[in-house]
Design a protein around this ligand. Structure first.
Ligand code: LP5
Ligand code: MN
Length: 244
């Protein structure tokens, strides 16, 4: 009995090896799990459920098959694919979750989230986030023709890559006080998130109690998965995407 957590796969047609690795991971590993949690940025970007896209159909099909074999899949939006909507969720049979949620995993309470809201040393990003998460802005964006949406998304990705080069490592990581506040707000001591692409399990002591924060790795040359079993054993594993 295992529950799996992944994030930051950034699936795109330009990275077929990651897609192949993900599909193989579903067949080999997720199929034996109790549940699969995807904590955002499954896709490189998402411009609307109405985009005709073979990769999206392929992923929806694989997740839907996983569901039919008894493995529910839950999804929290990332900063790249926050526009994934009900239509894709239905197609892939995954359950869309709110941006942060406390779940019960084999009796332990765990806070799950994408992780971008913990990066409070990056006020420029948080301003940008507030803007693009505005329902009216999203409605307007989704009403634009696909070619224009694609153009805007590509521009945002280019700008993001450029601006990330000028940001310090501290700015791109989570803020410790934001982490502590989030744990306290939810009254939990365990947290799992992605976004920063810095896979690790951190211990932090809060009011004399040891708390744990698991950070999922991004999928590039290797995949990254965090596992919890029924005895509450935890492990963060990175594995090759290509099988020899
Ligand atoms: O994603 P990543 O890892 O490169 O960096 C993130 C932050 N960047 C982003 C932007 C995404 O990469 C692009 C998402 C495309 C989505 C497609 C749909 C578009 C819908 C839009 C309308 C509803 O999230 C990056 C962080 C980094 O994580 C680390 O935390 O630093 O933040 C930025 O790069 C933001 C800049 O700091 C501020 C950019 C301001 C640009 C203003 C342009 C406004 C144009 C609006 C057009 C609609
Ligand atoms: Mn992210």
């Amino acid at each position: 009995m295992t529950t799996l957590f992944i994030a930051d796969l950034h699936l795109s047609e330009n990275e077929p090896a990651i897609t192949a690795g993900f599909l193989a991971f579903l067949q080999r590993e997720a199929i034996h799990a109790d549940a699969l949690y995807i904590l955002g940025d499954l896709f490189e970007f998402w411009i609307g459920d109405d985009e005709p896209n073979t990769l999206h159909t392929q992923v929806a099909q694989a997740l839907s098959e996983l569901h039919d074999k008894g493995v529910p899949c839950y999804f929290i939006h990332g900063n790249r694919d926050f526009l994934i909507g009900k239509r894709f969720a239905k197609q892939s049979k995954m359950t869309l979750l709110p941006e942060e949620l406390v779940i019960d995993v084999y009796g332990e309470k765990i806070l799950i989230l994408h992780g971008d809201t913990l990066c409070t040393d990056d006020p420029g990003y948080l301003r940008f986030r507030k803007y693009i998460r505005n329902p009216l802005i999203q409605k307007i964006f989704l009403s634009l023709p696909l070619f224009l949406r694609l153009k805007i998304a590509n521009k945002l990705r280019r700008q993001s890559k450029l601006s990330n080069r000028t940001k310090s490592s501290v700015m791109m990581d989570v803020n410790q006080l934001a982490v502590i506040k989030k744990l306290q707000d939810h009254n939990v001591i365990y947290m799992v998130h992605g976004h920063t692409h810095r896979p690790a399990i951190h211990d932090l002591t809060m009011d004399g109690q040891v708390s744990k924060r698991a950070v999922l790795g991004a999928w590039h040359d290797t995949g990254s998965v965090f596992k919890i079993d029924a005895d509450n054993n935890i492990e963060l594993i990175s594995f090759p995407l290509q099988e020899d």
